[in-house]
Write a protein that binds this ligand. Structure first.
Ligand SMILES: [Ca+2]
Ligand SMILES: [Ca+2]
Ligand SMILES: [Ca+2]
Length: 311
Protein backbone atom coordinates (compact mmCIF):
# COMPACT_ATOMS: atom_id res chain seq x y z
CA UNK A 1 0.00 0.00 0.00
CA UNK A 2 2.73 2.42 1.01
CA UNK A 3 4.86 1.61 -2.01
CA UNK A 4 1.94 1.97 -4.33
CA UNK A 5 1.03 5.31 -2.85
CA UNK A 6 4.58 6.59 -3.12
CA UNK A 7 4.73 5.61 -6.74
CA UNK A 8 1.47 7.33 -7.43
CA UNK A 9 2.61 10.44 -5.64
CA UNK A 10 5.83 10.42 -7.64
CA UNK A 11 3.69 10.53 -10.75
CA UNK A 12 1.74 13.36 -9.21
CA UNK A 13 4.92 15.40 -8.80
CA UNK A 14 5.97 14.61 -12.29
CA UNK A 15 2.65 15.87 -13.52
CA UNK A 16 2.90 19.07 -11.57
CA UNK A 17 6.51 19.70 -12.51
CA UNK A 18 5.59 19.29 -16.13
CA UNK A 19 2.57 21.46 -15.68
CA UNK A 20 4.68 24.20 -14.20
CA UNK A 21 7.68 24.16 -16.46
CA UNK A 22 7.01 22.20 -19.60
CA UNK A 23 3.48 23.16 -20.47
CA UNK A 24 4.70 24.67 -23.73
CA UNK A 25 6.38 21.40 -24.76
CA UNK A 26 3.15 19.59 -25.44
CA UNK A 27 4.79 16.88 -27.52
CA UNK A 28 6.84 15.83 -24.53
CA UNK A 29 6.25 12.82 -22.31
CA UNK A 30 3.58 14.52 -20.30
CA UNK A 31 1.44 11.49 -19.65
CA UNK A 32 -0.58 13.45 -17.12
CA UNK A 33 -2.11 15.63 -19.79
CA UNK A 34 -5.59 14.30 -20.33
CA UNK A 35 -7.03 16.59 -22.92
CA UNK A 36 -7.60 20.19 -23.74
CA UNK A 37 -10.50 21.42 -21.66
CA UNK A 38 -13.17 23.32 -23.48
CA UNK A 39 -12.13 26.73 -22.25
CA UNK A 40 -14.30 29.11 -24.24
CA UNK A 41 -13.20 32.45 -25.63
CA UNK A 42 -14.37 34.71 -22.76
CA UNK A 43 -12.40 32.57 -20.31
CA UNK A 44 -9.19 32.43 -22.32
CA UNK A 45 -6.44 34.34 -20.61
CA UNK A 46 -8.06 33.79 -17.21
CA UNK A 47 -5.25 33.26 -14.80
CA UNK A 48 -4.62 30.47 -12.39
CA UNK A 49 -5.43 26.83 -11.94
CA UNK A 50 -8.90 25.43 -11.53
CA UNK A 51 -8.46 22.32 -9.39
CA UNK A 52 -11.23 19.78 -8.97
CA UNK A 53 -12.02 16.15 -8.14
CA UNK A 54 -13.65 13.99 -10.77
CA UNK A 55 -14.80 10.47 -11.43
CA UNK A 56 -13.61 9.86 -14.95
CA UNK A 57 -16.26 7.15 -15.18
CA UNK A 58 -18.96 5.97 -12.81
CA UNK A 59 -16.97 3.01 -11.45
CA UNK A 60 -13.69 4.86 -10.86
CA UNK A 61 -13.23 6.67 -7.52
CA UNK A 62 -12.56 10.41 -7.50
CA UNK A 63 -9.12 11.64 -8.53
CA UNK A 64 -7.73 15.17 -8.51
CA UNK A 65 -7.14 17.23 -11.64
CA UNK A 66 -6.55 20.82 -12.56
CA UNK A 67 -7.02 22.94 -15.64
CA UNK A 68 -4.44 25.59 -16.44
CA UNK A 69 -6.88 28.37 -17.29
CA UNK A 70 -4.39 30.19 -19.50
CA UNK A 71 -3.71 27.24 -21.80
CA UNK A 72 -6.87 25.18 -21.29
CA UNK A 73 -4.73 22.11 -20.62
CA UNK A 74 -5.84 19.62 -18.03
CA UNK A 75 -3.61 17.57 -15.76
CA UNK A 76 -4.36 14.55 -13.57
CA UNK A 77 -2.67 14.76 -10.16
CA UNK A 78 -3.74 11.61 -8.31
CA UNK A 79 -4.59 8.07 -9.27
CA UNK A 80 -4.74 6.14 -6.01
CA UNK A 81 -7.57 3.74 -6.77
CA UNK A 82 -9.32 5.26 -3.77
CA UNK A 83 -11.22 8.49 -3.43
CA UNK A 84 -9.09 11.66 -3.58
CA UNK A 85 -11.26 14.74 -3.15
CA UNK A 86 -11.38 18.41 -2.15
CA UNK A 87 -8.06 19.79 -3.46
CA UNK A 88 -6.73 23.18 -2.45
CA UNK A 89 -3.43 24.82 -3.41
CA UNK A 90 -1.18 27.31 -1.70
CA UNK A 91 -1.15 30.61 -3.55
CA UNK A 92 2.12 29.87 -5.34
CA UNK A 93 1.07 26.26 -6.12
CA UNK A 94 4.05 24.93 -4.17
CA UNK A 95 1.74 22.73 -2.11
CA UNK A 96 -1.57 20.94 -2.40
CA UNK A 97 -3.84 19.71 0.38
CA UNK A 98 -6.65 17.25 -0.22
CA UNK A 99 -8.71 14.56 1.46
CA UNK A 100 -8.47 10.84 0.74
CA UNK A 101 -9.71 7.54 2.15
CA UNK A 102 -6.53 5.70 1.10
CA UNK A 103 -6.01 4.74 4.78
CA UNK A 104 -9.61 3.65 5.47
CA UNK A 105 -11.28 6.76 6.85
CA UNK A 106 -10.94 10.10 5.09
CA UNK A 107 -7.91 12.10 6.21
CA UNK A 108 -6.20 15.33 5.22
CA UNK A 109 -3.04 14.97 3.12
CA UNK A 110 -0.41 17.47 2.09
CA UNK A 111 1.85 17.25 -0.93
CA UNK A 112 4.82 19.55 -1.44
CA UNK A 113 5.61 20.41 -5.01
CA UNK A 114 7.37 19.61 -7.22
CA UNK A 115 9.27 16.71 -5.62
CA UNK A 116 7.96 16.19 -2.11
CA UNK A 117 6.30 13.12 -0.70
CA UNK A 118 2.68 12.72 0.36
CA UNK A 119 2.10 13.32 4.04
CA UNK A 120 -0.92 12.23 6.05
CA UNK A 121 -1.77 15.02 8.49
CA UNK A 122 -4.76 13.54 10.38
CA UNK A 123 -4.94 10.06 11.84
CA UNK A 124 -8.35 9.67 13.47
CA UNK A 125 -10.64 6.86 12.38
CA UNK A 126 -13.35 9.45 11.77
CA UNK A 127 -13.62 11.34 8.49
CA UNK A 128 -11.56 14.51 7.98
CA UNK A 129 -12.42 16.37 4.79
CA UNK A 130 -12.68 19.79 3.09
CA UNK A 131 -9.17 21.16 3.79
CA UNK A 132 -8.71 24.84 3.00
CA UNK A 133 -5.37 26.63 3.22
CA UNK A 134 -5.35 30.02 4.90
CA UNK A 135 -4.48 32.92 2.56
CA UNK A 136 -1.02 33.28 4.14
CA UNK A 137 -0.44 29.54 3.82
CA UNK A 138 0.20 28.82 7.50
CA UNK A 139 -3.00 27.03 8.57
CA UNK A 140 -5.36 24.41 7.22
CA UNK A 141 -9.04 24.69 8.14
CA UNK A 142 -10.94 21.40 7.79
CA UNK A 143 -13.88 19.46 9.14
CA UNK A 144 -13.77 16.35 11.32
CA UNK A 145 -16.43 13.99 12.57
CA UNK A 146 -14.21 12.78 15.44
CA UNK A 147 -16.49 14.24 18.12
CA UNK A 148 -19.45 12.28 16.76
CA UNK A 149 -20.70 15.17 14.65
CA UNK A 150 -18.85 17.48 12.29
CA UNK A 151 -16.84 20.41 13.61
CA UNK A 152 -14.44 22.94 12.10
CA UNK A 153 -10.80 22.75 13.16
CA UNK A 154 -7.54 24.31 12.15
CA UNK A 155 -4.03 22.84 12.24
CA UNK A 156 -0.65 23.95 11.05
CA UNK A 157 0.95 22.54 7.94
CA UNK A 158 2.59 19.72 9.91
CA UNK A 159 -0.74 18.55 11.30
CA UNK A 160 0.15 19.98 14.71
CA UNK A 161 -1.46 22.64 16.93
CA UNK A 162 -4.94 21.30 16.19
CA UNK A 163 -7.58 23.77 17.39
CA UNK A 164 -11.25 22.86 17.49
CA UNK A 165 -13.18 26.01 16.60
CA UNK A 166 -16.78 24.80 16.99
CA UNK A 167 -18.12 22.91 20.00
CA UNK A 168 -21.82 22.42 19.18
CA UNK A 169 -23.42 18.99 18.77
CA UNK A 170 -24.76 20.05 15.36
CA UNK A 171 -23.00 19.66 11.99
CA UNK A 172 -20.40 22.34 11.24
CA UNK A 173 -18.89 21.94 7.79
CA UNK A 174 -17.43 23.55 4.64
CA UNK A 175 -15.25 26.23 6.21
CA UNK A 176 -13.69 28.76 3.85
CA UNK A 177 -11.33 31.66 4.61
CA UNK A 178 -11.98 35.34 4.23
CA UNK A 179 -9.42 36.83 1.82
CA UNK A 180 -7.52 38.52 4.68
CA UNK A 181 -7.45 35.28 6.69
CA UNK A 182 -9.05 36.86 9.75
CA UNK A 183 -12.37 34.99 9.48
CA UNK A 184 -13.94 31.76 8.33
CA UNK A 185 -17.36 31.30 6.77
CA UNK A 186 -18.96 27.90 7.40
CA UNK A 187 -22.21 25.96 7.36
CA UNK A 188 -24.13 24.78 10.43
CA UNK A 189 -27.54 23.30 11.18
CA UNK A 190 -27.44 24.42 14.83
CA UNK A 191 -30.75 26.27 14.42
CA UNK A 192 -32.49 23.32 12.77
CA UNK A 193 -31.60 23.78 9.12
CA UNK A 194 -28.38 24.65 7.34
CA UNK A 195 -27.34 28.31 7.42
CA UNK A 196 -24.14 30.22 6.71
CA UNK A 197 -22.15 31.59 9.65
CA UNK A 198 -18.90 33.46 10.04
CA UNK A 199 -16.42 33.42 12.91
CA UNK A 200 -12.99 34.75 13.66
CA UNK A 201 -10.15 32.41 12.79
CA UNK A 202 -9.87 31.49 16.50
CA UNK A 203 -13.56 30.51 16.66
CA UNK A 204 -14.73 33.68 18.42
CA UNK A 205 -17.44 36.16 17.38
CA UNK A 206 -19.80 33.78 15.55
CA UNK A 207 -22.26 35.63 13.30
CA UNK A 208 -25.26 34.09 11.53
CA UNK A 209 -25.33 35.23 7.89
CA UNK A 210 -28.47 33.59 6.48
CA UNK A 211 -31.81 32.85 8.09
CA UNK A 212 -34.33 30.86 6.09
CA UNK A 213 -35.79 27.37 6.02
CA UNK A 214 -33.80 26.30 2.98
CA UNK A 215 -30.58 24.32 2.79
CA UNK A 216 -27.73 26.86 2.46
CA UNK A 217 -24.25 25.46 1.83
CA UNK A 218 -20.82 25.64 0.19
CA UNK A 219 -19.86 29.26 0.98
CA UNK A 220 -16.97 30.89 -0.88
CA UNK A 221 -15.74 34.37 0.05
CA UNK A 222 -15.16 36.78 -2.85
CA UNK A 223 -11.55 37.95 -3.37
CA UNK A 224 -12.52 41.54 -2.43
CA UNK A 225 -14.17 40.33 0.78
CA UNK A 226 -17.54 41.97 0.11
CA UNK A 227 -19.63 38.97 -0.98
CA UNK A 228 -20.08 35.28 -0.37
CA UNK A 229 -21.13 32.87 -3.12
CA UNK A 230 -23.05 29.85 -1.87
CA UNK A 231 -25.64 27.31 -2.92
CA UNK A 232 -29.19 27.03 -1.64
CA UNK A 233 -32.03 24.66 -2.32
CA UNK A 234 -35.03 26.96 -2.65
CA UNK A 235 -36.75 24.94 -5.36
CA UNK A 236 -36.24 21.52 -6.85
CA UNK A 237 -32.45 21.89 -7.19
CA UNK A 238 -29.58 23.66 -5.46
CA UNK A 239 -28.72 26.88 -7.30
CA UNK A 240 -25.94 29.45 -7.03
CA UNK A 241 -26.55 32.52 -4.84
CA UNK A 242 -24.64 35.62 -3.83
CA UNK A 243 -24.79 37.19 -0.37
CA UNK A 244 -23.76 40.85 -0.14
CA UNK A 245 -22.25 41.22 3.31
CA UNK A 246 -22.91 44.97 3.70
CA UNK A 247 -26.61 44.84 2.82
CA UNK A 248 -27.42 41.22 3.65
CA UNK A 249 -29.10 40.97 0.26
CA UNK A 250 -29.22 37.52 -1.35
CA UNK A 251 -29.36 37.20 -5.15
CA UNK A 252 -29.98 34.05 -7.18
CA UNK A 253 -27.35 33.76 -9.94
CA UNK A 254 -28.49 30.58 -11.68
CA UNK A 255 -31.88 29.15 -12.54
CA UNK A 256 -31.17 25.84 -14.18
CA UNK A 257 -32.84 22.45 -14.15
CA UNK A 258 -29.64 20.97 -12.79
CA UNK A 259 -28.14 20.72 -9.31
CA UNK A 260 -25.49 23.42 -8.85
CA UNK A 261 -22.68 22.99 -6.30
CA UNK A 262 -19.01 23.56 -5.38
CA UNK A 263 -18.69 27.30 -6.18
CA UNK A 264 -15.22 28.89 -6.24
CA UNK A 265 -14.19 32.42 -7.29
CA UNK A 266 -11.56 33.13 -9.90
CA UNK A 267 -8.59 34.89 -8.26
CA UNK A 268 -9.51 38.14 -10.10
CA UNK A 269 -13.12 37.96 -8.88
CA UNK A 270 -14.54 38.05 -12.42
CA UNK A 271 -15.96 34.51 -12.43
CA UNK A 272 -17.54 32.01 -10.07
CA UNK A 273 -16.88 28.48 -11.28
CA UNK A 274 -19.37 25.81 -10.21
CA UNK A 275 -20.47 22.29 -11.01
CA UNK A 276 -23.87 21.53 -12.50
CA UNK A 277 -25.21 17.98 -12.39
CA UNK A 278 -28.08 16.87 -14.58
CA UNK A 279 -29.51 13.48 -15.41
CA UNK A 280 -26.39 11.39 -15.88
CA UNK A 281 -24.23 14.36 -16.83
CA UNK A 282 -21.90 16.67 -14.95
CA UNK A 283 -19.98 19.72 -16.06
CA UNK A 284 -17.97 22.67 -14.77
CA UNK A 285 -19.32 26.10 -15.63
CA UNK A 286 -18.10 29.62 -14.92
CA UNK A 287 -20.53 32.42 -14.10
CA UNK A 288 -19.30 35.80 -15.32
CA UNK A 289 -20.16 38.28 -12.57
CA UNK A 290 -20.39 41.36 -14.83
CA UNK A 291 -22.59 39.83 -17.53
CA UNK A 292 -24.52 37.21 -15.57
CA UNK A 293 -23.66 34.66 -18.26
CA UNK A 294 -22.49 31.15 -17.52
CA UNK A 295 -19.92 29.47 -19.74
CA UNK A 296 -19.04 25.80 -20.06
CA UNK A 297 -15.49 25.18 -18.84
CA UNK A 298 -15.28 21.41 -19.18
CA UNK A 299 -17.40 18.27 -19.31
CA UNK A 300 -17.03 14.65 -20.27
CA UNK A 301 -16.34 12.95 -16.96
CA UNK A 302 -18.94 11.15 -14.91
CA UNK A 303 -18.89 13.48 -11.88
CA UNK A 304 -17.12 16.68 -10.87
CA UNK A 305 -16.81 18.14 -7.37
CA UNK A 306 -14.62 20.11 -4.99
CA UNK A 307 -13.59 23.07 -7.16
CA UNK A 308 -10.79 25.39 -6.07
CA UNK A 309 -9.59 28.15 -8.42
CA UNK A 310 -6.21 29.41 -7.29
CA UNK A 311 -3.57 31.79 -8.64
CA1 LIG B 1 -9.62 10.13 9.53
CA1 LIG C 1 -20.48 20.08 15.70
CA1 LIG D 1 -31.22 27.90 5.83
Amino acid sequence: MTKKTSSQLARLWLGLALAGTLAACSANTDEQTQSSAQVVEPLKGSSGKLAFAAQTSAKIPYDIFFINMETGKEYQLTESGLSDIAPDFAGDSSMMVFSSNRNDSYDIYKTMLPDGDGERLTTSSADETEPRLSPNGTLIAYQSEASGDYDILTMDLNGENVTRLTQEDSEETQANWSPDGSQLVFVSNRDGDFELYSMNADGSDVQQLTENEDYDAAPAWSPDGSQIAFISKRGQHFQLYLLDLASGEETALTDSGMTVHSPTWSPDGKYIAYVSDGDGSSQINAYEVDSGKSYLVTSGYSKYSGLSWVK
